[in-house]
Design a binder for this molecule. Sequence first.
Ligand code: MF3
Ligand code: CO
Length: 248
Amino acid sequence: MIPIKSEQELEVMRQAGRIIAGIAAKLRESVKQGTTTGRISDLALKYMEAEGVVSAFKNYRGYPGNICISVNEEIVHGIPKDRQLAEGDIVSIDLGIKYNGYFSDMAFTVGVGSISSRAKKLIDVARKSLVFGIKQAKADNRLSDISYAIQHYVENNGFSVVRQFVGHGIGRDLHEEPEIPNFGAPNQKEVLRPGMVLAIEPMVNMGNWDCRVLKDGWTAVTADGLPSAHFEHTVAITEKGAEILTSV
Ligand code: MF3
Ligand code: CO
């Protein structure tokens, strides 16, 4: 069963979304050559505390970080540490918060200084694939219309979508039903209804979609070592269509 949120619950999730989007905007500015992923994570904690929210990821199934920071061939779940960022790196930041009992989740990828045109294209295609996915997040569509739109756009542009990690419903829990793959045939699975809230999160690889997890037990990297980009929004389905909650 996919939970349906009441208007009051959606109002709390809108506030949570505005807060996390504000924090994300500040973190984006902190991505600079010479800084470390650990320092960006420290800032995230500081901004969360200032807003009176807590990290949704810290200690989630033992995850040790405040946020996830995945660099270049790292796809998702990179653990912040003392790694210095260098010009040309691409950096995926994934953050989640809990506010008044409700979760909000978002991610974005940004380049450090000047990056290759191929990396720019990768980031652009990943960002736009999320836009196309969100366009399908409307009442009476089916869940896999989102998946199909993302995969179709990404593969038409010569990149691939990761299979091993998926989007998810979100609300009182960080991960609720349904799972939202970023690939699949259209017009399958659940019919979408107003009040559903979905965290849609395409992970797009420059090369092959295959990945593996590093010995730290978390960091997912591309099997071929080529870069990957990740974008995520928490989106509510309303009578009027998709409403992106994680925007300011
Ligand atoms: N956006 C990711 C997800 O929904 C982030 C989870 S990180 C974890 O799975 F640390 F909490 F696992
Ligand atoms: Co998520």
